[in-house]
Design a protein around this ligand. Structure first.
Ligand SMILES: [Zn+2]
Length: 671
């Protein structure tokens, strides 16, 4: 199967970035649909702009400071001989520096900041110093090669299932590609290329056989390929995927050793060659990064086996292993997927990184197929399971994102609430790079078709087969359902506009049967062009409007915003007899703070009114949902002895845990 020729213009725009860095030629094959790069999208949205700004002004500087305070930056300086000292922290700590550089680079592209630019230059000097002459860069080894850090093996490349050597390299490449695009400087890119060239000399069909224990380098090599045009990096990405599950040699640690968790091939998705995998198993972040890398390789090679495999795995994840928030990975134990339909609430893991990986993956599935069902999942996970991972002030984080709290179980790396940073700090850095790139998820183009994927106040300039078209989107989404899009083509021209029709607005919260609407409402989406209702022309989950567009033409969409009750497949025993409340794309939860201190004793009977109310004073402005619930009192034997009606108030899930610790529940018994 071939995906046809690339849409060269937007890709070029993506590669060139704001300051005109030289770009490689567009790949011969690519995603048939191209995202409108975030550099071409200006977000003015009341919901998203404050988040992106908080990320720029608080989260990124905060993480950079934490990386300094915890020795993560010094590790590079020590490895590079710029200072004396010993390695501090976990063997993958280099990635926390790389990830925040990537986030900072995206931020620079959106809004240039000379101080930030300069502090990146300073970090890059230390990173470059830590690189060994042949390109090797892994401070956990280089700081003291005679005494390598635990888990990385006595010499290079011998313990990939545990070491994170290649995982670290992947985040270096992603940071380098972003920094080059943002600034046009080759400083970090040269370091990345030198390292990738070493990895390509070491690994390959006729060389050392192996693959990373923690995926990520595959999608990163694809980014390096896009930036440099060197096909060797794409070949290496494909090699690592194809080699996975073949000639597997796992270092076996004795039982009880902290690395014994890697004795298991399933943990790292190496139990079978990737094309034979049909169930998502093992470490959820690794899996999501792998599926994302497979989508990239599918797009860039046209190899249909990859797409068939990730479609099969997507059915499995979406149909049997995904939380309502879009979170994946049910178990704290080894950060793994659970069995099918194993979706506990209190002990849900749903790592922030896994949610980000799920967003990456679903976005790419859409770009491959043009099907809006993937965007339904992408939107769900971004608005719920991703942004829950950072506090509203931008300086406290969730690693795990449970759907219930009893106020006792310390779900967040041994904390009960949000944490300022972590020993293993993958999640904060991941948030810091996701948010500034978020505008790149809103729009896409294919030939003379223009896709509106997300509803976000923004404007963009796109190029449809040589026709410059401006777009302006105005909305109070996700709080209100009205969206107005104004088209500003430079001249009168025929083209198609695809408007996503979210499943949640059509009684279908998710593709598949894992979650369904408990009560089928009279939901209807209204669509108007220049004030007149038009036919939806439904096409893969979009309304397709093809016509001759004139400057100032408008598309108005009105989504039904009544609160909805969601029920789960009976096979999920932890959700049996329970409902969750949603409104628009948001999942809601009840917190003790709003419900008399307790929520795990509540019932939410069917059929009672649920009323939305805008509360500008609460949690930086949210629509709450109010209604009547019942509190249930049980005796010592667990028998219900009384029920009493009480007021019920739910807040958006992403905003929970800002008012102390206590009970929280997304799923509430119906009776
Ligand atoms: Zn993480």
């Amino acid at each position: 199967m071939s995906f046809g020729s690339a849409a060269a213009i937007p890709l070029l725009v993506f590669l060139v970035g704001t300051w005109g860095a030289a770009a490689a030629d567009a790949p011969k094959k690519d995603y048939p649909i191209q995202p409108v790069p975030f550099t071409q999208v200006v977000v003015s949205d009341a919901f998203w702009l404050p988040r992106i700004e908080t990320n720029r002004t608080v989260t990124i500087p905060f993480i950079m400071r934490k990386n300094e305070e915890t020795g993560r930056v010094d590790n590079f300086a020590i490895a590079g001989g710029l200072m004396r000292g010993t390695y501090k922290g976990e063997r993958y700590n280099d990635t926390d520096v790389y990830k925040v550089i990537e986030g900072a680079a995206y931020s620079l592209q959106v809004r240039f900041d000379p101080d930030l630019d300069k502090s990146l230059d300073g970090l890059i000097v230390k990173i470059a110093a830590a690189q060994e002459p042949d390109g090797y860069l892994f401070t956990a080894r280089t700081t003291d090669p005679a005494h390598p850090q635990p888990g990385i093996g006595p010499e290079r490349w011998v313990e990939e299932n545990v070491s994170h050597e290649l995982y670290n390299a992947g985040h270096l490449y992603e940071a380098a590609a972003a920094h080059f695009q943002a600034t046009g400087k080759r400083t970090l890119l040269d370091v990345a290329v030198k390292n990738a060239d070493l990895v390509a000399r070491v690994y390959g069909p006729d060389k050392r056989h192996g693959f990373p224990g923690h995926q990520g380098i595959e999608l990163a090599l694809v980014k390096l390929y896009r930036v440099t045009g060197n096909e060797k990096y794409l070949d290496l990405a494909k090699y690592f995927l194809d080699q996975r599950g073949r000639d597997v040699k796992l270092t076996q640690y004795p039982p009880g050793n902290r690395f014994a968790i890697y004795n298991d091939a399933e943990q790292i998705q190496a139990h079978k060659p990737v094309f034979e995998q049909a169930e998502a198993v093992g470490h959820a972040v690794r899996a999501a990064y792998m599926f994302t890398g497979m989508a990239d390789v599918a797009a860039l090679t046209g190899d249909a086996k990859y797409l068939e495999t990730i479609e099969r795995l997507w059915e499995n994840v979406t149909g049997k292993k995904m939380y309502l928030t879009g979170g994946i990975g049910a178990r704290h134990d080894r950060e793994r997927f659970g069995d099918e339909y194993e979706l506990p609430n209190l002990t849900a893991y749903a790592e922030t990184c896994a949610s980000i990986g799920n967003a990456f993956w679903n976005h790419r599935m859409f770009l491959l197929t043009g099907d809006a069902k993937y965007l339904d999942i992408m939107e769900r996970v971004i608005y719920n399971g991703v942004i829950s991972g950072v506090s509203l002030d931008g300086n406290a984080f969730f690693y795990a994102n449970p759907l219930e709290s009893d106020g006792k179980f310390r779900f967040n790396q041994d904390r009960l609430g949000r944490a300022p940073y972590f020993g293993t700090a993958c999640c904060p850095g991941n948030i810091s790079r996701f948010l500034p790139s978020f505008p790149g998820y809103i729009y896409a183009v294919k030939d003379d078709a223009f896709y509106v994927n997300l509803f976000v106040g923004s404007s963009a300039k796109i190029d449809l087969r040589g026709i410059p078209v401006g777009i302006k989107q105005e909305t109070r989404y996700p709080w209100e359902g009205a969206v107005k899009i104004t088209l500003l083509p430079e001249r009168e021209e025929e083209f198609a506009v695809f408007i996503r029709l979210p499943g949640w607005a059509q009684n279908k919260p998710v593709p598949g049967d894992l979650y369904r609407q408990a009560e089928i409402g009279d939901q209807k989406i209204e669509l108007k062009v220049n004030g007149k209702a038009v036919d939806m022309n439904r096409d893969k989950g979009f309304a397709r409007i093809r016509r001759i567009w004139t400057k100032g033409d408008t598309i108005e969409i009105l989504f039904p915003m009544d609160p909805r009750r969601i029920a789960a497949d009976e096979a999920v025993k932890d959700l049996a007899g329970k409902v969750a409340v949603e409104r628009g794309p948001l999942v809601y939860c009840a917190e003790g703070a709003d419900n008399g201190g307790r929520v795990l004793n509540l019932e939410l009977p069917d059929g009672t009114a649920l009323v939305p109310e805008w509360r500008p004073d609460l949690l930086k402005g949210v629509v709450v949902i109010k209604g009547k619930a019942r509190t249930v009192t049980k005796n010592a034997d667990g028998y219900i002895v009384s029920r009493a009606e009480r007021d019920f108030l739910a807040v958006p899930y992403y905003a929970w845990s800002h008012r102390g610790t206590g009970e929280m529940a997304v799923w509430i018994p119906r009776k």
